[in-house]
Design a protein around this ligand. Sequence first.
Ligand SMILES: Nc1ncnc2c1ncn2[C@@H]1O[C@H](COP(=O)(O)OP(=O)(O)OP(=O)(O)O)[C@@H](O)[C@H]1O
Length: 389
Amino acid sequence: MTTTDIIRVHDVSKRFVLHQDKSLKERVLNVRKAREHRNDFWALSNIDLTIQAGTTVGLVGHNGSGKSTLLKVIGGILQPTTGKVERRGRLAALLELGAGFHPDLTGRENVYLNAAILGLSREETDAIFDDVVEFSGIESFIETQVKFYSSGMYVRLAFAVAIHVEPDLLLVDEVLAVGDEPFQRKCMDKIAEFQSQGRTIVLVSHSAAQVGSLCDRVIVLDGGKIMHDGDPAKGLAILRAGYEADRVAHEAEAPAPAVDSYRIANATATFDPTTPDDVRVGLDVEVLEPRDSWGIGLSIENSLGTHLYGMTTFDRPELVLPNTRGVHHLEIVLPQVRVGAGTYLVNIGLGNQAGETFHRIAGAASFAVEANDFGYGLIRINPEITVTS
Ligand SMILES: Nc1ncnc2c1ncn2[C@@H]1O[C@H](COP(=O)(O)OP(=O)(O)OP(=O)(O)O)[C@@H](O)[C@H]1O
């Protein structure tokens, strides 16, 4: 390790053994054959990485890609099957909900127990105790056994302890998502303060916004292997592309919707950064059986499923849509769609004002925004920066 390295993960693989025997009887009968019945599963394969002190690293990936396993291996909570992990400095980890807390002890007793595990003396814990309780915001429950805590209360107390023991390295799994919004904001402020103090943070998050704004490095895991290690915007783009591929595969499996009067025959969407930032949606609608009236609904979502925009033609009463049998081509231009880099889905539905749906295709078309103008995030901004004194 160089002096600035705080973690070094060297060729680490982690195998879990999944036993397939279902019943105790089967297990007793198969006691000799147990080895034949086990299924090895590699949750991590040949992971190499070095984390420098003072950096904030985000671990992202699909469910089951190995993020939590890697975080636990980094934290020494799980031993790798092969390879080794070197670590320096004081470590505080917020992993599974309730991990590190004894259910029969009170909040107060758990604070002392946790702090002791993290290397603090009784006097040192006395000195931080009031701040821990104040930060957690659960003063009135501090003498209650933690088995009676809600999941939010667990996380509040665990995070409060973790940040007050002055760790060099903070590991945070998805647990923070459990807290309510004001508490999450308070945690984010604290994490930002940690960053400014030069501490190291490794976090697992499903929130692209959180990772994009906090991390200076993103590691994308897929099937226990590193797919990307480095630039956060690129990492998040790779992750989104993966979600999009899954969605397309899922759509392909979905049964075709019932169609009676109107049908979406074709849909395309293109993004043109030169126009500037127009999204052009081309739509072929086949009128099979004309009704009194019909309209189009359109919405845009990102590949993490966040709904960004929606409209219907019913809100434009002056618009007259063709209503004779045959295929009609329409174009809907959405100007100035200043969304950040990523792939976006266009959902289209045909129906009437009474709420009847004739045909709807989720993800009827998609468009890609290649790059951000400057910085990163859900929207694209090109800031003007001037020095005024
Ligand atoms: N103790 C265990 N025994 C057996 N398999 C395990 C164990 N822990 C994790 N796994 C498996 O290892 C794989 C990786 O799990 P891990 O929890 O690291 O994924 P993750 O990326 O954090 O997922 P998520 O986003 O769902 O939290 C999963 O397939 C999981 O089922």
